[in-house]
Design a protein around this ligand. Structure first.
Ligand code: 1HN
Length: 350
């Protein structure tokens, strides 16, 4: 409330401080802001700029020694906290031909979004999936997972995890599997056939809050987006925006992380939009621009292309433009905010 409270108040604060108490009236405005004031900053990681450092990590440490050889994308406003937004983590993971990232599990949920290379696999609870660029792969909470690269090229994917959320709730558990590579219980493609073909096993009762599909292949996503784009009528704010769905309940694919794709047709000039979920974007195809207006009027413009990652903090206005057909993958904590009745959005004039 006061920059410098009067002396009698300061003496009083010092006395109650001894009893681990503090006056609400000095902090009320910070505790209950009129609107969100994210400490996070908008930021763009251009893949061409960071790729050399990612590949260099491969000559400094092995995947097995590192457990997971990842460069964390730290939001410049949240350095030292391993966060890309206040509630979510992002990193770029490198796995070289012949390497194994050993099996473990944890209560944090993870997504993989494939950036570069093709043919490495991840195994989740007894099933492997081969990963290709643009694939969205899920490691649900508390499932055993290991990765391996039987291809001839380095592979890089983005990891998105709910680490800060789980940490906030102090609900994190982890354990290592007894061997580096878990045994396989089902053939590759089983989950996609069983749950990802517009069908569900008769009498299916979900065992988990996460989608039973654990690889949503880009080839299928791309085909749908392409068809919808040709049909026209993009949303003025988002373009053609399609969320990944859990086929068992119609909800988001993951309980703590919302994921979607945006196809911005050539010449798209989006209208301003903001929402309370700070959002991470990864460009899959095409080139475009995103303008972000931080509170106080600071304008940041990102010029992005394939494999670039950028982040827009909570409640900051953004607008996308595309010089050519472009595809953006996005993730945020929106499912959590929705479940808690907190999520809000606002649309500027189209
Ligand atoms: C993890 O298990 C993976 O499985 C990636 O690839 C990143 C960051 C923190 C904790 C666990 C993975 C992680 C992680």
């Amino acid at each position: 409330m006061h920059e410098n409270p009067p002396a009698d108040r300061q003496a009083y604060y010092a006395r109650i401080d001894q009893a681990h108490m503090t006056p609400l009236w000095e902090v009320l405005h910070a505790l209950v802001p009129r609107e969100p004031k994210s400490a996070a900053l908008p930021h763009l990681w251009r893949y061409a700029d960071i790729r050399p450092a990612i590949l260099e990590s491969g000559s400094l440490i092995g995947a097995k020694e590192a457990v997971r050889r990842v460069l964390i994308l730290e939001n410049p406003g949240l350095r030292g906290q391993s966060k890309i937004t206040n509630s979510l983590y992002a990193g770029l993971q490198l796995i070289l031909p012949g390497e194994v990232a050993p099996a473990h599990r944890h209560t944090q949920s993870a997504l993989r979004f494939v950036i570069e290379g093709s043919g490495a696999f991840t195994a989740v609870d007894g099933e492997r999936t081969t990963m290709r660029p643009g694939d969205f792969v899920i490691t649900p909470s508390w499932t055993w997972h290991d990765h391996g690269n039987d291809s001839t090229e380095p592979m890089v994917w983005m990891d998105g995890l709910d680490i800060p959320l789980v940490s906030f709730f102090e609900a994190g558990f982890a354990e290592n599997y007894e061997s580096d590579v878990q045994p396989l219980a089902r053939p590759e493609g089983d989950a996609l056939a069983r749950y990802g073909a517009g069908l569900l096993p008769l009498g299916h009762a979900p065992q988990s809050r996460t989608s039973p599909i654990f690889n949503y292949p880009y080839a299928r996503t791309r085909e749908a987006l392409e068809k919808l784009a040709r049909a026209g009528d993009p949303d003025p704010w988002h373009g053609i925006a399609m969320r990944y769905v859990n086929p068992a309940d119609g909800g988001w694919a993951m309980p703590t992380i919302g994921t979607w794709m945006q196809f911005l047709p050539k010449g798209f000039a989006g209208a301003p939009y903001r929402a309370t979920d700070g959002t991470v974007f990864s460009c899959v195809e095409g080139h475009g621009k995103t303008h972000v207006f931080a509170p106080g009027g600071k304008l940041t413009t990102f010029e992005w292309g394939p494999r670039d990652t950028f982040v827009v903090p909570s409640w900051q206005w953004r607008r996308h433009e595309a010089a050519e057909d472009a595809v953006l993958f996005a993730y945020s904590d929106r499912p959590v905010q929705e479940k808690l009745g907190l999520w809000r959005e606002a649309r500027g004039n189209a």
